[in-house]
Ligand binder design. Structure first.
Ligand SMILES: [Zn+2]
Length: 494
């Protein structure tokens, strides 16, 4: 009979780092088991010998040992990581060690999720990833101490808590949820009292009283067969908890309270870190503060000055952004006037195409203002523009003439052309114009072609121009129905 959760080796001695033990059972894990709890399919699978189980189910295995030094998740404390080392391998293909990163409590059982199966009876050595466990113990015992100290304040009883994930580069903070926001004075007093108790090095012990209150146990934990553990901080606190705890408060080393955050109406989260995590966080914070102080040419020893300088820069930046928006709007008006003037000679407008300025993706204030400035006059010339997905192509041949009765004559000659829109779309469109066989068709007039060549038009004379970013301006040297259709195709394909 394997050790039950509540009496696992890691709970009896939380400083134990390795344990020799034996595999008791191994069943393939189903997706359902992977998420949570137990299922009847697990019972069904147990009855099938390992080698006869479907391959899809053999990706992960749920292994139980006689006992374990690896703590399953519980009490707000995440599971351990660790290694399972085989004392002897039964076949060459078997790995010498298996990394375990998931251990779950199923009722009274601790289930280890393994990438390889292990036959029951196999002797193994388990090794816990100590840095991770030590970090968890510092945060968890630290939380018990912090909550015990706050219990002595009116309205600051702990309603719940969450341990931030183990640090990778930047440490994550833990938080306790409280019924009200503590004052700044209370926070500094609480922090001071916690760190004084750490310095007093009080003993932390675990009792398993038979008459313990079982109301806080999880619903799937059978109290009649299980154990209730009560974690005591000498003279300070008694709290039922299944976690692995430090043996004395000095091992917490430090409690650093950070900030509060309102949650669920009047509740508050109070963020904190303990031990090495707090030291890492403080180190990062000092480094960040130094960098910021350097940027604003202030001394780190006068943080108030650093903050006031950063605040001032922020205000100035907001002003500058407002001024930029205003100037861009003015510039857009000015540009729009220019463009409208270029197109003023139009006497006949080409085929129908509405201007649906539905572009808002790129946040291009200027181009949007410009498009919006042009929108009103262009509704009078609805055929002048093709706009689909944020790209506007304005083009007209100066030589289109209305000859009455719906007739049009066209003569070759340069007409203004503007492409506006998202820089990516503009670049794509101009690239397509450069390579389009119809649009690069040389103009009819040789002189114009020569002119185009001199102007460095790589396309050979159809359209020339230049521009970067969201605005391209040029001339259409030749513009017939084929060219208009080609431009329309380019506009709509974006
Ligand atoms: Zn606890």
């Amino acid at each position: 009979m394997p050790s039950i959760v509540g009496n696992l080796a890691c709970q009896r001695n939380s400083y134990l780092r390795r344990l020799e033990t034996t595999v008791v059972s191994c069943v393939p894990s189903t997706p359902k088991n992977n998420s949570s709890g137990t299922g009847s399919s697990e019972e069904k699978l147990k009855s099938i010998p390992l080698e006869k189980r479907p391959a899809a189910d053999l990706k992960s295995f749920e292994i139980e040992f006689e006992d374990t030094v690896l703590f399953p998740e519980g009490g707000g404390q995440p599971e351990d990581h660790g290694l399972i080392k085989l004392c002897e391998r039964t076949h060459a293909s078997q790995p010498a060690e298996i990394l375990i990163t998931r251990i779950a409590r199923h009722g009274l059982r601790a289930v280890h999720f393994s990438s390889s199966p292990l036959e029951p009876g196999t002797k193994v050595v388990q090794e816990v990833s100590w840095d991770r466990r030590w970090d968890h113990m510092q945060q968890h015992t630290g939380q018990h101490l912090l909550s015990a100290v706050m219990d002595t304040y009116q309205g600051l009883e702990t309603l719940g808590w969450s341990m931030g994930a183990s640090p990778s580069l930047m440490p994550n903070m833990n938080f306790v949820e409280l019924g009200r926001k503590p004052t700044d004075a209370e926070i500094s007093e609480i922090q001071h009292r916690c760190n004084s108790i750490i310095a007093e090095n009080r003993q932390v012990t675990v009792d398993t009283p038979s008459d313990a209150d079982t109301t806080s146990l999880p619903s799937d934990y059978d109290a009649s067969q299980g154990l209730v553990r009560v974690v005591k901080i000498d003279g300070i606190d008694e709290n039922p908890c299944c976690g692995t705890h430090l043996s004395q408060t000095s091992h917490i080393s430090l409690i650093l309270i950070s900030h509060t955050q309102p949650i669920r109406g009047t509740n508050t989260r109070l963020y904190f870190t303990c031990g090495q995590r707090a030291i890492t966080l403080a180190t990062y914070s000092i480094r960040a503060a130094r960098s910021i102080a350097g940027i604003v040419s202030a001394s780190i020893s006068d943080l108030e000055n650093v903050i006031s300088k950063v605040t001032k820069i922020d205000l100035e930046l907001r002003d500058a952004k407002r001024a930029k928006r205003r100037l861009e709007a003015e510039l857009a008006k000015f540009e729009a006037e220019n463009i409208k003037r270029s197109f003023n000679g139009v006497t006949q407008i080409m085929e129908e195409s509405g201007m649906a300025s539905n572009n808002s993706s790129a946040g291009m204030d200027f181009i949007l203002s410009l498009q919006s400035e042009l929108k009103q006059p262009l509704t009078m010339f609805p055929n002048l523009t093709y706009d689909t997905t944020g790209l506007t192509i304005l083009v007209t041949p100066t030589t289109y003439r209305d000859v009455g009765q719906g007739g049009i004559t066209k003569e070759d000659g340069p007409g203004p052309m503007v492409i506006l829109g998202d820089p990516t779309l503009v670049a794509k469109a101009t690239e397509r114009i450069r390579t389009d066989p119809i649009l690069t068709d040389p103009p009819v007039q040789p002189a114009t072609r020569e002119g185009a060549k001199k102007a460095g038009n790589s396309g050979g004379g159809g359209i020339k121009g230049g521009g970067k970013g969201s605005r391209w301006q040029g001339k259409a040297l030749k513009l017939g129905t084929a060219q208009i259709n080609a431009l329309r195709a380019i506009s709509y394909s974006n």
